[in-house]
Design a protein around this ligand. Sequence first.
Ligand SMILES: Nc1ccn([C@@H]2O[C@H](COP(=O)(O)OP(=O)(O)OP(=O)(O)O)[C@@H](O)[C@H]2O)c(=O)n1
Ligand SMILES: O=P(O)(O)OC[C@@H](O)[C@@H](O)[C@@H](O)CO
Length: 449
Amino acid sequence: MEVNDTDVRRERCDPDRPAHPGVFLTREAGKSDHQPAGLSVDFPVSVVLPAGGTGERTGLRTPKQFCSLLGRPLISYTVQAFERVSWIQSVVVVVAEENMDLMTDVVQRFRHTKVRAVPGGSTRHRSIWNGVLALGEGEGEGAVVIVHDAVRPFVDEDLLYKIATAAKEHGAAGAIRPLVSTVIATTSEGYLDHSLERAKYRASEMPQGFTYDVISRAYQRRGSTQSFTICPADRSPTSGSKCSESDFEFGTECLHLALQYCGTNAKLIQGPPTLWKVTYKRDLAAAESIIKDALSRSACVITGGSASGAALAGALREAVGALGTELEVVPDLRGENARCLAKEGNFILVSVGPSRPSEVEALLTELEAANRALLHPLVVIWVHMSDSDELSVSGRAAAVMDLSSAAKLRNILLYGIQLHPSKIGHMKTKQPGSHVWKSFYLCVLPFDI
Ligand SMILES: Nc1ccn([C@@H]2O[C@H](COP(=O)(O)OP(=O)(O)OP(=O)(O)O)[C@@H](O)[C@H]2O)c(=O)n1
Ligand SMILES: O=P(O)(O)OC[C@@H](O)[C@@H](O)[C@@H](O)CO
């Protein structure tokens, strides 16, 4: 029972207009809300995120890196994945000239702290090279440079750590995944020439890591008499570069450049299945679904200390447990229970007896103060347990409608359910698997929030 959508920008990449980078946020998105994995490195690490493409294969006019997922552009999720890693010092995003303002808007709106944008080139290699040049000797010397496609938002700290430390040791490192389809070679007439033995090959993914020395030499001889110049869209770097025009124009593999021009054999590290790249329109929907799923893996049930609230929470925990969702049950958010405000996850507020919309308003205010609906909408389900349908009395309607407005302003999706206490028992008989967050599969009297 989805009572209403907030007007948080939920539009897809509407071909008729560029994706808006989402609602204004009230807190530093760059501050990590992520429990650090306790990893650290003893060398500087910078990141280059190539984001200068047009995303032609999506068929959309808005480049896929700026398409909105749950009200936020795809690139912001990728930037956040790197910002939350404490041992990464800086992130250079390489975007097309015409998107520099949009990227600046994303950085401001989502308050990314470690990132700066530089102009891209006409090909991916040219963009990456511009990003490496932007690091310069200052950030580069002795550093490891991680290169990661901006349209691969699901990258975790553990893999970044493995790639960075392997690159430091070997000069280059790259993430790989098993091939799903067999690779075949075709004749010029379009017939099968031969197929490759799939077990001997792997898909080259991202992130990749290089010592600054290797990646800068791979793209261009270091110490050349010519000063390094930003690689304009239509020209490869100054003469003396080791990369051929063909490399810059048609190449897709940085690890190859390291081997070809620096004799550096990259260390290959198998990464998780989440490394995939958003390439087609369907990938945007898949990415949003994955983000949504990750956001609904946990919730806090606030029972108000009532016995029926605790009974409901118990039944819910049993039901959603089968969905792999964890519930934490607290009577309120006072004292040490206040820590629930900082934890990832949604909220279920249980009210018993005469309805008190003020309780909901108080929770919305606390969630805003805790900056919870920052980088994605937060779900709050208000379950009003009453043996009367008093909520439908018009006198309540105005208060309830005010709640809806208050929630929208805070990027919170507010759902309301009125539940007759006698229905709690039904929960145990129903097969879990329904979409609990949208409509409890109870016999409930939903009211419109
Ligand atoms: N001139 C380019 C081309 C691509 N990229 C970036 O390289 C990454 C991987 O490239 P790809 O998936 O091919 O992106 P696009 O080139 O935008 O996609 P398409 O080929 O469908 O146009 C993307 O983050 C893309 O923005 C870039 O920085 N500069
Ligand atoms: O080829 P595209 O430009 O679509 O995408 C780039 C990928 O090829 C690249 O990210 C990996 O193969 C690793 O090099």
